[in-house]
Design a protein. Structure first.
Length: 226
């Protein structure tokens, strides 16, 4: 059955489609073009908007696992902790102990992070409406269109900036600009005034027009980003 709604996973918090009202299979990588590897435990469960039962079960289980997690009985020797586990300088016993510590630290970190993520979610839980697939697709398409529009405005801003700088540089070729600083968009008007004062009104007008175009393109890009 084709999904018409989107919900949030009780375990990982990702947004997924809901074929038959249950979360689609997710949190996996596809190996060799067909095999699923590492499926999230929240796959096939009710979305978090409707139920937090599985989330609370997983939270309780994680707390119990963390409380009962036992560190290796033997500490790593000085200098062993920072060495690569495949280092030839390690003995087999040191390598085995290091592997045990790596697994312990990884499990402890994973459980702690999951508990920190899941606890406030469950405490603040309430029934929420699901997202309509068509509505979400429309939002995504609109966002992509807006992004393309912003990129186009950025290119126009950069183009008008280059044209402005080229026009300013033309003034340097026809009149001495020794007293003016390096040409930039910020001091383009000074170059225009300097050219006009020295009888090069056409060059001055060109800079003034292109400065106006650049400012307009810059403002349009800034407004589109809001």
């Amino acid at each position: 059955m084709k999904a018409t709604q989107i919900g949030t996973c009780q375990i990982c918090g990702s947004a997924q489609k809901l074929p038959n009202g249950r979360l689609a299979k997710h949190g996996y990588t596809v190996e060799y073009g067909w095999g699923f590897n590492g499926v999230c435990n929240g796959s096939g469960k009710l979305p978090f908007e409707i139920s937090k039962e599985y989330a609370e079960e997983s939270l309780s289980c994680s707390k119990t696992r963390l409380e009962n997690l036992v560190a290796p009985s033997e500490e790593l020797e000085y200098g062993v902790s920072w060495r690569n586990i495949n280092s030839p300088s390690l003995t087999e016993a040191q390598r085995t102990l290091k592997k045990q510590w790596n697994e312990y630290n990884q499990t402890s970190r994973y459980l702690s992070e999951f508990i920190r993520f899941q606890t406030p979610r469950c405490e603040a839980w309430s029934v929420q409406p699901l997202t309509d697939v068509q509505e979400e697709q429309t939002k995504i398409a609109s966002k992509k269109s807006a992004t393309r529009g912003i990129r186009d405005l950025a290119r126009l801003r950069d183009l008008t900036k280059r044209e402005l700088i080229r026009s300013v540089e033309q003034i340097e070729k026809v009149v001495s600009c020794y007293d003016l600083s390096y040409p930039t968009t910020a001091n383009a008007h000074k170059y225009a005034d300097h050219a006009r004062a020295n009888g090069f009104a056409e060059h001055a007008d060109d800079v003034v027009n292109k400065l106006a175009s650049f400012k307009a393109a810059k403002a349009a890009h800034a407004e589109a980003k809001l």
